[in-house]
Design a protein. Structure first.
Length: 182
């Protein structure tokens, strides 16, 4: 397993070890003892989620205020451009973003710790997206950062995504109350 660090502390790209031959492949998607060291956290995963979306669907940029979730995300089928924005108010990288392309071929995972907004856009015809969460989903606690906030400047591969009504009503960072995150 290879772990790729980036410019935002805490975010990690994980390339699992893949055992394959002409019959198929095997990989370990989670092992508590190994991932505890890799993710540098004692947080436990309490909920697994699975979604399927069509090409150009953008889901995000979601976060929870009082119950921030860490997310270990991966693509089972298809491909997405996955993004995390640092919302930790005391962070030197507050408001900065990191993106990674996750595909069924590269089998990479992206660790998004608590205190980040998270979202993705589907690059393939469809994508099956799976993620483990460190806290339960609390709809009353959810916030949504607008996907195209000009101050953050995420470079999405498509500037005309398909959005849910909720995601289309996301707010720019300057209008969000970040006091309780991270």
């Amino acid at each position: 397993m290879k772990v790729i660090e980036n410019e935002i502390p805490g975010l990690k790209i994980i390339q699992p070890k893949i055992f394959g031959d002409d019959r198929g492949f095997f990989l370990e998607t989670y092992h508590r003892n190994r991932y505890k060291d890799i993710l540098e956290t004692d947080l436990e995963f309490v909920q697994d989620n699975y979604s399927r979306s069509q090409k150009n669907v953008l889901r995000g940029m979601h976060f929870q205020l009082k119950h921030p979730q860490g997310k270990l995300v991966r693509v089972v089928r298809g491909s997405v451009f996955d993004v995390a924005v640092d919302l930790r108010k005391d962070s030197a990288t507050f408001g900065k973003w990191e993106g990674v392309t996750l595909t069924e071929e590269n089998k990479m995972q992206f660790w998004v710790p608590p205190g980040f907004a998270h979202g993705f856009i589907v690059l393939s015809d469809t994508a099956d997206f799976e993620y483990k969460c460190t806290d339960f989903y609390h709809p009353e606690d959810e916030g949504c950062l607008i996907w195209n906030d000009s101050e953050i400047g995420i470079r999405w591969p498509n500037n005309s995504p398909i959005l849910s009504e909720k995601d289309a009503k996301g707010l720019p960072l300057k209008d969000l109350l970040m006091g309780a995150i991270g």
